[in-house]
Design a protein around this ligand. Structure first.
Ligand SMILES: Cc1cc2nc3c(=O)[nH]c(=O)nc-3n(C[C@H](O)[C@H](O)[C@H](O)COP(=O)(O)O)c2cc1C
Length: 185
């Protein structure tokens, strides 16, 4: 199974980097698969660690894809790195093995530490819609525009029915980016 999380990493110079990623949950450990080029990939290879952040603030997902990467972080507990301050829970990972690939290397990690910070309050369809829309936005230059528009129209139904203010804000950032991209086409 794949969990959609925010991965926080740090460069050797201490620069924090946040990126939404789908992480494969394995029987033993986790698998990250960043597409090249990727700052996350560079940081994990340099430091040997990454942190998975589970958050229900979907603005972090849409923000990272729309130039708003500056979300509050605090130091992680066991590995040298950081976690999202708003995380419901976080999992600290240590790089165990790299399977090289020119397009999408596989980073096999072990779990060094996990911690809970806030309760999970239930599923929300608008949050799902924002995450799906964020994936579409991350592939704007690779998918046919009609397919993107069709899928966004469907996702907008769940958004309209079930969103709160945070989900509306997250959605609006993504739609601004889609409009800008389509206007430039
Ligand atoms: C929900 C979600 C899951 C994503 N999963 C991945 C992933 O597994 N691998 C990847 O390379 N990019 C993934 N992306 C896109 C990255 O977040 C985005 O391209 C990012 O800039 C990665 O590059 P970076 O490490 O340089 O930040 C995902 C985006 C979203 C919204």
């Amino acid at each position: 199974m794949i969990r959609e999380v925010i991965v926080s990493t740090m460069s050797l110079e201490g620069c924090i980097h946040l990126a939404p990623m789908g992480i494969h949950v394995l029987e033993e450990g986790m698998l990250l698969m960043p597409f090249r080029p990727s700052t996350t990939l560079e940081n994990v290879l340099a430091t040997g660690v990454a942190v998975m952040n589970a958050t229900d603030d979907v603005r972090v997902f849409s923000g990272c894809l729309t130039g708003r990467r500056d979300w509050p972080c605090v130091p992680s507990d066991r590995v040298v790195g950081c976690r999202l301050e708003s995380a419901l829970s976080h999992t600290e990972l240590k790089l165990q093995r790299v399977e090289e690939d020119p397009l999408r290397p596989k980073l096999y990690c072990t779990v060094a530490h996990e911690a809970q910070h806030r309760p999970f309050k239930g599923f929300n369809r608008a949050q799902f819609a924002v995450i799906e829309a964020a994936i579409l936005v991350s592939r704007l230059d690779r998918l046919p525009l009609e397919k993107i528009q069709r899928e966004l129209d469907t996702l907008a139904i769940a958004l309209e029915k079930t969103a709160g203010p945070l989900e509306h804000e997250a959605w609006s950032w993504l739609m601004d980016k889609v409009r800008l991209f389509m206007g430039e086409e």
